[in-house]
Design a protein around this ligand. Structure first.
Ligand code: SF4
Length: 479
């Protein structure tokens, strides 16, 4: 790999750090229901021992409410006030469990080592690499992305200049699995594809692999698997070289620089050819993604092993449930859990003859394991119990809606236009306007939520309207 120095050398990465209001493991952010501590999981994976450590720490130092995020991370909500030392103790417990960034010892006292803490916080922030929750196990995958994911995470955390990236700057590494969330736009995406002489990774900027409803066909170029890390390094340096001070995402850079200019600039950081490949202008994923595989038991690559998946209602579970899931994975799986970007959890490597028992236990814990369950079609942001910006209690309203939701209709409830619960445009969005009242939007290719089709609906009215939109041919006499 060409280790060319960046053209804009930063003498001290700490000088270039961007302020952030996003929660992190070392930056607990206040919310209406207490502090939020976000735990970034490499590839969405954590060990059963780590899950138990999170469950115990969240009971001792927070409300015991744990959220699964749409980037396959976990966050502890309701962290108790700083005065009791709870924030420091929670962070220490999580770092001791091996959940912190891969930097040297993390300074405990900002007053003593402010710069060290800032750099550790930044190393935590940039740990944003999305892979499939079934990476390495999916029978349809073209490539096991786990080692590459480890390499990219190490690159992000150890190359000091990357501390200047926004905590939202994110990479997608798609191995071609069937269970893959490839509709989230990412700053840089790479996807495995089968060439005549082996696997290549096609790539793109500020988007996602085509083949999904939200993506346009096409990729910019293709590289060998051994060139992926070098390409990403080059693209990140290029971003930092060219981006204006207020440009935090790749899409911002592309408003000021052409893709060809970006690729040309990136060439100085690599020692392999890099150019736009016109033959990939219509590239699409070969295997259609199937999000329903996150629920229930499904075969893995190794015959006789399955993963078992379930979704806690609206992505929240309590400490006791997380603790029990960890124990289940120790009892029947490989002592790890995989968090998915659908705010659900997978237990890998379950012997096929134990899968039904594991699913029964997940059901008993309140997890939905069947895509026919309406709750698996609903997402909601924290709402007014957790966020001062919310105009409605979106979580409670989503539970009400679950009782009346037409089959197969996916709905996002958002307390304000920031859309924290969805980084993509859902088919239908209910945007709060007042407690219990929502405007209904339908996805139609327009930016943001799509087009507004009704105003100021109660949850009951919204359910009726969704039913008529989803089944336009149904007559009122049909009962
Ligand atoms: S979408 Fe708005 S209301 Fe909901 S959690 Fe985010 S900021 Fe708060």
């Amino acid at each position: 790999m060409n280790q060319a120095s960046p053209s804009t050398v930063l003498p001290d990465a700490a000088l270039a750090l961007r302020p952030s209001a996003c929660p992190g493991l070392l930056r607990i952010v206040a919310a209406r229901d207490g502090g939020i501590c976000r735990i970034k999981l490499p590839g969405g994976e954590l060990s059963a021992a780590q899950a138990i450590a999170i469950a115990e720490a969240s009971t001792r130092h927070a409300s015991g409410v744990i959220e699964l995020t749409n980037r396959a991370n976990l966050q502890v909500r309701g962290v108790h006030a700083v005065q009791g030392g709870h924030e420091t103790a929670l962070i220490a417990a999580l770092v001791d469990a091996g959940l912190g960034p891969a930097v040297g010892p993390i300074p405990a006292n900002a007053a003593v080592d402010a710069a060290g803490l800032l750099l550790a916080t930044s190393a935590d922030d940039v740990r944003n690499v999305m892979v499939s929750p079934t990476a390495g196990r999916d029978p349809f995958a073209l490539f096991d992305t786990r080692p590459l994911c480890t390499e990219l995470l190490a690159l992000l955390q150890t190359e000091a200049r990357f501390a200047a990236l926004s905590p939202k700057f994110a990479l997608l590494l798609d191995g071609g699995e069937r269970l893959a969330r490839v509709d989230h736009p990412h700053d840089v995406w790479l996807a495995a594809t089968q060439a005549d002489d082996g696997v290549r990774f096609v790539f793109g900027l500020a988007g996602c692999p085509a083949g999904e409803t939200n993506a346009k066909p096409g990729a910019l170029g293709a590289v060998l698997p051994t060139q992926v890390t070098g390409l990403v390094r080059a693209l990140l340096h290029t971003f930092l070289d060219l981006a204006a001070a207020d440009a935090t995402r790749m899409r911002h850079l592309l408003t000021a620089h052409s893709i060809d200019a970006v690729l040309q600039h990136a060439r100085q950081y690599i020692d392999f050819p890099l150019s736009r490949d016109a033959s990939l202008a219509h590239w699409q994923r070969g295997t259609p993604a199937d999000a329903t595989l996150r629920l229930g038991a499904h075969a893995q690559r190794v015959v006789g092993l399955q993963h078992a998946g379930g979704q806690p209602p609206l992505g929240r579970l309590d400490a006791a449930t997380l603790h029990r899931l960890a124990k289940l994975s120790q009892q029947h799986g490989n002592s790890t859990l995989r968090i998915t970007p659908w705010q659900s959890v997978l237990l890998p490597d379950i012997a096929a003859n134990h899968a039904a028992a594991v699913l029964a236990e997940m059901n008993a814990l309140g997890l939905a394991c069947d895509p026919a369950q309406p709750i698996t079609h609903l997402i909601a942001c924290a709402g007014s119990t957790g966020c001062a910006k919310s105009l409605a209690d979106t979580k409670a309203d989503a539970l009400l809606l679950a009782n009346r939701l037409p089959a197969g209709v996916d709905v996002h409830l958002s307390g304000c236009p920031r859309s924290c619960a969805a980084v993509y445009c859902a088919p239908y969005t209910l945007l709060a306007t007042a407690p219990g009242l929502y405007d209904l939007y339908r996805r139609n290719g327009e930016p943001d939520f799509g087009s507004c089709v009704a105003h100021q609906l109660t949850i009951e009215q919204a359910a009726d309207m969704l039913d008529s939109l989803a089944h336009p041919a149904r007559s009122p006499l049909d009962a």
